[in-house]
Write a protein that binds this ligand. Structure first.
Ligand code: I3S
Length: 128
């Protein structure tokens, strides 16, 4: 996925592929549905894009970079959550609105980097 030009004026902190599932919406538990997602940390938000490889040829168009969803990190909580999955290297992100996501990578160093970078954005927003 290409990062939309509209995101460029903001600070792009990090981007990469992670396994993602939403497990709650507004505090209500959802059924897990893991999928590979392009995750972009920009400004105060974590933005999710569909993995281009998971899209059908007909659904994929160059420049089709509309985010699937995005998460406001202000007031969010981040916790390691290996007890919530049989997968390793899992953390949970909970938004102020009660949406909960699990993010996972097979590579421990990579998931640690994501955890630390997202936590530093949350901390910065807490101090504002
Ligand atoms: O926490 P759960 O419910 O055991 O999560 C697993 C299930 O969601 C499973 O789907 P179905 O029960 O709908 O077939 C997924 O395929 C698994 O990946 C989920 O567990 P993990 O441990 O991978 O997060």
């Amino acid at each position: 996925a290409t990062v939309p030009l509209m995101l460029c004026p903001q600070e792009l902190e990090k981007a990469g592929l992670l396994n993602k599932t939403k497990i709650a919406e507004g505090g209500r538990k959802l059924r897990k549905n893991w999928s590979l997602s392009w995750v972009v940390l920009v400004g105060n938000s974590l933005v999710f894009f569909k993995d281009p490889k998971s899209q059908t040829p007909s659904s994929w168009k160059p420049g089709n970079s509309r985010p699937e969803s995005s998460v406001d990190l202000r007031g969010a909580q981040l916790n390691w959550a290996n007890e919530l999955s049989s997968k390793k290297n899992v953390f949970k992100l909970r938004t102020v609105t009660g949406n909960e996501f699990l993010l996972q990578s097979e590579t421990e160093s990579l998931i640690r980097e994501w955890f630390n970078t997202i936590q530093s954005v949350i901390d910065r927003l807490d101090r504002e």
